[in-house]
Design a protein around this ligand. Structure first.
Ligand code: F6R
Length: 614
C-alpha cells in the first residue's frame, strides 16, 4: 500500500521518479506527488488522482534537480485529495517526507507539536512525522540522519519513510519498520530507493533489502551507510535481482490482469521447475530439506493468509489432508493474530502471501514464531519481508503480478502446496505408488491443459456479455472446488463491483437458496470427480427455482450440459488438481464482465496490491 520511490545521482530525478511511480501505481492510486531539491530550492508537486494527473499538474513547472522523492498513495488518514497527498513538508519548509504505513500515536504527537508552534495543513499522520523530525533536528542541533533516528524512537506504528532536507541537499535518509524498502545501487554513485524492486530493475540489478529497524543514509558523495536501531553500522548485503523488465510491461495485452491470466501455463510450469522430476518419480522441495522430519511428524498444520492467498490455503487444507494425511486449520491472518490461538512447538505454520508484505500475515507469523512453531513461507516476491522472517519456504516463481486482482499468484500458490503435499505424502507413505505417479503425471500436464482451456476465451466472453448487468452472483463448488467458488466470487466482486458470494454447493440449501430467482447467475464447478453427482443435484435445486446456471464441466460431459444454461468445458484431471484448471475460466469471466462494465480492471476502486497496514 502506497508506493515510494526516490533517487539521488547525477541524472535529472523527475523522469526517474515519474517512471518509478507508474511502476508502483498498483500499490495505491488515489493521489501522487514528487519533491525535488535544486540549488537550495525545495519544490513539492502533488495532486489527487493518478500519476498521469501528476504529470499534467507539473507541466511547465520547474522540475530540475538530481535528488528527489515520489509517492503514490492509498489513503489511510484523511480522504484522497491534493492536501493529503504526499510528499509532506514540515511547517518550517525545510524537510519533506514520503511515508508508507501508519503512525499509531500520531494524535498525541500532533497535539504536542502544535504546542511547540508547528502548524498542519493535512489530516495525515505523515505530516506529524515530518514535523516531529524537524522539531528534533532543531532542539537537538543534529543532522538529518540523527534527527530521523531520534524522532523514530517516539513513534509507534509501521513505516517506510524517505526524508530530504533542503539544508542538506546531497543527503537522503530512509527508515523502515514493517513496511518494505529496497535500495538500488547504480553507477557513478547513484542510488534508488523504492517500495519494491519494480522501479529499480531498469536502472540496476544490484539491490539491498532494508531490514526492520534499519536506517539508510545515502550521501551523493559518501555513498550508502546503513545503521540499525542501536545506531550500529551494518554492512549492506547486495543481492542481484532476477527480475526482467518485460515482466513489468503489458506485452500487447489490454490489461495486466489479462496478461497474467494468459501467463498461467508458464507460471504454473515455473512453479514446478526443478521440483517435479517425473523420470525419477520424485518431488524435491529444497525449502523443506532441513524441516522434512518436522513435516512428516507434524500433528497439525496451520495455514495463514488473506484474500486470495487464504483461498489457496483452503485448497491446501484439502491437499494436505487427502495426500499427506495431516490435519490442517486454515486461518485468516487478521483473526489468528488477535485471538490468542493455541500454537505449540510441534505445529507447522504455512504463511501464504503473493507480496510477502501483508501486515496481518506478517503479524501472524511473528505470533506463531514467538510460540515456537516452525514457519514455512509460500511467497511470490523474492526478498520480501515474509520470505525473510520465515524459517523455511518455497517461492512460487509466478513472476511479478501487477494487476491488483490476484490470478497467476493463486495458481502458483496452489501448485507449490500440491508439490509440498506430494513430497510429504511420498515421505510418509500415505499414497500408493500408483496414485502418486498419476498425480505427478497429471500435475506435469496442467500447464498444457490451462493453455488448452484458455482457447475458450471467445465463449467465455460471450457468456460475460449475457451476465454483465447482473447485480448479484452465486458461486458453488464442493470439496477441492469449494475454495475455487470463493475465489471466483472474490474476482467478480473486486473488479466488477457486482455483489458475489461463494458457497459449498450443499450449503446453499441452508439460506442462500432464498436469493435464487430468474435474475441470479449461479456459477457452479461441476467437474467429474468424487462430488459430481451431488453437485448435479445442487444444480437441479437451482434450476427448480429458475436460477441461471453457468457450469464449469469436464470435457465431454453431457449430463450437466442438459441442465445448465451454459457450460464451459475444461480438460479432465485428478480431483486434487481441478482447482488449477477450474479457476481460470472464472478469472476470465470476471475480467470480461469488468471490462464490459467499464471498470478499471487493473486498479479497482479502494484496493491496493500490497496490504501493508492492518
Ligand atoms: C485478491 C487479492 C487479495 C490478496 C490479499 C493478500 O485478488 O489480491 O485478496 O490476495 O490482499 O495479499 P498477499 O497474497 O500479497 O498476502
Amino acid at each position: 500500500m502506497c508506493g515510494i520511490v526516490a533517487y539521488v545521482g547525477d541524472k535529472n530525478a523527475y523522469p526517474i521518479l515519474i517512471n518509478g511511480l507508474k511502476r508502483l501505481e498498483y500499490r495505491g492510486y488515489d493521489s501522487a506527488g514528487v519533491a525535488l531539491i535544486n540549488s537550495g530550492a525545495l519544490n513539492v508537486y502533488k495532486c489527487q488522482g493518478k500519476v498521469s494527473d501528476l504529470e499534467a499538474h507539473t507541466d511547465g513547472k520547474d522540475k530540475a534537480g538530481t535528488i528527489g522523492i515520489g509517492h503514490t498513495r492509498w489513503a489511510t488518514h484523511g480522504p484522497p485529495n491534493d492536501v493529503n497527498a504526499h510528499p509532506h513538508r514540515s511547517s518550517s519548509g525545510d524537510l519533506v517526507l514520503i511515508h508508507n504505513g501508519i503512525i499509531e500515536n500520531y494524535a498525541p504527537l500532533k497535539e504536542e507539536l502544535k504546542h511547540r508552534g508547528h502548524t498542519f495543513k493535512s489530516d495525515t499522520d505523515t505530516e506529524v512525522l515530518v514535523n516531529l523530525i524537524d522539531d528534533v533536528q532543531r532542539t537537538e542541533g543534529v543532522d538529518l540522519a540523527e534527527a530521523v533516528r531520534l524522532a523514530l524512537e517516539s513513534v509507534v506504528g509501521a513505516y517506510a519513510i524517505v526524508v530530504l532536507d533542503r539544508k542538506e541537499p546531497d543527503v537522503m535518509v530512509a527508515a523502515r519498520k514493517s513496511s518494505p524498502l529496497v535500495i538500488g545501487i547504480g553507477e557513478n554513485g547513484e542510488h534508488f530507493l523504492a517500495s519494491d524492486a519494480t522501479p529499480i530493475v531498469e536502472h540496476t540489478k544490484n539491490v539491498v533489502y532494508m531490514d526492520d529497524g534499519d536506517l539508510a543514509i545515502i550521501d551523493r558523495h559518501k555513498g550508502l551507510k546503513i545503521r540499525n536501531i542501536k545506531n550500529q553500522e551494518k554492512t549492506p548485503f547486495i543481492h542481484e535481482l532476477e527480475m526482467h523488465l518485460e515482466a513489468l510491461e503489458k506485452g500487447g495485452y489490454d490489461h495486466f490482469m489479462l496478461k497474467e491470466i494468459f501467463e498461467q501455463p508458464r507460471s504454473i510450469h515455473d512453479s514446478m521447475r526443478g521440483r517435479l522430476n517425473l523420470a525419477k518419480g520424485e518431488v524435491v522441495m529444497g525449502g523443506i530439506k532441513d524441516y522434512e522430519q518436522k513435516f512428516v511428524n507434524a500433528k497439525r498444520i496451520i495455514i495463514v493468509g488473506c484474500g486470495t492467498s487464504w483461498h489457496a490455503g483452503l485448497v491446501g487444507e484439502y491437499l494436505f489432508e487427502e495426500i499427506a494425511r495431516i490435519p490442517v486449520e486454515v486461518e485468516y491472518a487478521s483473526e489468528f493474530r488477535y485471538r490468542n490461538p493455541i500454537i505449540g512447538e510441534d505445529d507447522i505454520v504455512i504463511a501464504i502471501s503473493q507480496s510477502g508484505e501483508t501486515a496481518d500475515t506478517l503479524a501472524a507469523i511473528e505470533l506463531a514464531k514467538s510460540r515456537g512453531a516452525t514457519i514455512f513461507g509460500v511467497c511470490n516476491v523474492v526478498g520480501s519481508s515474509i520470505a525473510r522472517v520465515t524459517h523455511a519456504g518455497a517461492y512460487t516463481h509466478a513472476g511479478p503480478e501487477i494487476g491488483v486482482a490476484s490470478t497467476k499468484a493463486f495458481t502458483a500458490q496452489v501448485t507449490v502446496l500440491t508439490l509440498l503435499a506430494l513430497a510429504i505424502g511420498q515421505k510418509k507413505g500415505t499414497l500408493t505408488g500408483s496414485r502418486f505417479y498419476r498425480l505427478l503425471n497429471e500435475l506435469e500436464a496442467i500447464p498444457a491443459k490451462v493453455e488448452k482451456l484458455l482457447k475458450n476465451e471467445a465463449q467465455i466472453k460471450y457468456i460475460a456479455d449475457i451476465y454483465k448487468d447482473a447485480s448479484n452472483a452465486l458461486y458453488l463448488g464442493r470439496g477441492f472446488t469449494f475454495p475455487v467458488a470463493l475465489e471466483g466470487a472474490l474476482k467478480l466482486k473486486e473488479i466488477s463491483y457486482i455483489h458475489a458470494e461463494g458457497y459449498p454447493a450443499a450449503e446453499m440449501k441452508h439460506g442462500p437458496i432464498a436469493l435464487i430467482d430468474e435474475e441470479m447467475p449461479v456459477f457452479v464447478i461441476a467437474t467429474k470427480g468424487a462430488s459430481y453427482e451431488k453437485v448435479v443435484s445442487n444444480i437441479q435445486e437451482v434450476k427448480a427455482r429458475k436460477g441461471k446456471i453457468i457450469a464449469i464441466v469436464t470435457e465431454g460431459d453431457t449430463v450437466v450440459k442438459g441442465l445448465a444454461d451454459h457450460v464451459i468445458e475444461i480438460p479432465a484431471t485428478e480431483d486434487p488438481l481441478v482447482p488449477l484448471l477450474s479457476v481460470v475460466p472464472l478469472q476470465l469471466i470476471s475480467y470480461h464482465i469488468a471490462v464490459m462494465r467499464g471498470c478499471n480492471v487493473d486498479q479497482p476502486r479502494n484496493l491496493a496490491k500490497s496490504v501493508t497496514v492492518e
